[in-house]
Structures are given as structure tokens and as C-alpha cells.
Design a protein around this ligand. Sequence first.
Ligand code: CP
Length: 317
Amino acid sequence: MRHLLAIDDLSRDELEEILELTDSMVEVSGRSIPKVPALRGRTVVSLFYEDSTRTRLSFDSAAKRLSADTMSFAVSSSSVSKGESIRDTVETIEAMGMDAIVVRHRSSGVPAQIARWTDASVVNAGDGWHQHPTQALLDAYTIRRHLGSLEGRRIAIVGDVVHSRVARSDIEAFTRLGASVVLVAPPTLLPADLSPWSVDVAEDLDSVLGEVDVCYLLRIQRERASESLFPSVREYTARFGLSAARAARLGPHALIMHPGPMNRGVEIAGDVAEHPNAVVTEQVANGVAVRMAVLFLLLGPGRLDPAPQRTTVEVEA
Ligand code: CP
């Protein structure tokens, strides 16, 4: 793998390989010193033109757990504010030495464009409405940890699909790994053309609750919407929000997932975010391990060091 730009670029075998390697990274992360020297001497740069908490911090943490050097680029305090172009910015950072660049941008296609300009590996950390591949990997990994496999599972993706790069990546990853997906949203929050995907559509959340293994909630992306796409937030929540009453109608094994950041009281009730089957913080924790796996596959030597042997130290009385 040279870059990670979109889930569509990965075969089912490649997806499975990343998920299996993530198991090893979870083991590393559970050690008393959660660090291996796999990427010592390598440099990973974060180039975020759009806000992020989870993705930026977890890539940083993932790189450090693999002993890579990291550089973080804050657009607001950089020469971008003086008009420096993306290309000049990338070439400037590359001149300092980098092996991988993790990019988030509000415009679709920017990570792919950067991949044409640099010899470094490029990881898409979210581009516009297009893709967020590591989010889909961590979501698939979280489902696999709880349900064993995605094969034959039924997953509802609920809410603002049209503006969601997470939904696009998740649909591709989940279906490629054998799950069936039902999109639950008002027509105004669905893409006009669903033909590239093999998905079902429902306008009634209540009608699917009893049949799904995963209820995946999306945030209303007001920053990307240019017009009012539903009458009011209150009406949206009444029809599509996961209330405690609705959560009680999910199967006992069904997972409640959200990519974050959550709008409590809109797409998910505050108490539902704390439900025993809600795995939102686990998704975040798995994000570090998944990103370790991705960076390792892009930059690593091809094998992980085994877990250190436990040693005992005798102390004289
Ligand atoms: N899920 C996600 O991408 O969160 P951030 O925007 O905080 O990175």
C-alpha cells in the first residue's frame, strides 16, 4: 500500500489485513509501555486544513506509539494565512523531510492531488463530503470486535448521509466486508444518486430498529449544508433521533455507534450516548490502533516486534 485515499481502493483482503494487524496494535497499546520501535527514524506530518479532535490526536498518538517523529501543522498559525498554496506548503514540509503526510481538507480530492505532488505516503484524514477511510476502518474494527464479523450483519446508517464522508466510507467498507446497509434519512439528506451502492433506504427509523445489529448515527453537518434541509431540528429529532425509548427497541446485542462529535439531544439522546451498548469511546480508542496499523503498512519494515518477555528482578532484603 503506497497511500490510503479511499476505501474503494482497498480489496476485501486488504481490509481484512488492516483489521487483523489492528489486533496486534491493540495488544501493543495495552502494554505497560505502549510503544514499539517499528517506525523509528520515520517522520509523519499532520496537515489539517479543517478542525479535528479525534482524527488529529489519534494519528499523532499512533505515530508516537510506533516511535515515528511527528510534525503537526496548524493552518491558523502558518503561512497559509499569508496566501501560501497547498502545493508550496507540501513542498516546504517535504524539504524538511517527511515519510507520510496525513491530510484533512474541506475540499474533496485534495489528498489525492497532494499524492501526485509528493514522494511521501498520503493518508486521507477526511476530504469534504468524499471519504474518511480510517474512520470506516475503525468502525469496521469495532463492529468486528463485538459481533465477530460483519458478514451477514444488518447496519442502519441514520441521518445526514448526503454531507457525510463517514457515511460514504462506511457504506463501502461495511458492504465489502459482507454486511447489508440500510440508510435511514429524509430524502433531502440522501444523495440524489444511490446507484453506486448496494443499499436499502428507509424513511422510518422505527421500522428498522428491531432488525439491525448496528445503529450508526450521523451528525447533522450544518457547516456543509447551504439550505434548510428539514423543517426544524426538533422535528428531525422526533423522527430520526435515537431516544431512550427507541434504543430500548434495539436487539440486546445491537451496537449504538457515532463517529463524533455528537450533538447530544439531536441525533442521539444524552442518556443513549451512555447506554451499555453505545461504543462511541471505544471507537475512539480503536482509532489509535487502526491508525497504527495503517502507518505501519505504509512505512513499516513488514513485521512487528513480538511482545517483550516478562522479566523478574530480584531485590535483596
Ligand atoms: N470522527 C472524526 O473525524 O472526528 P474529528 O472531526 O474530531 O476528527
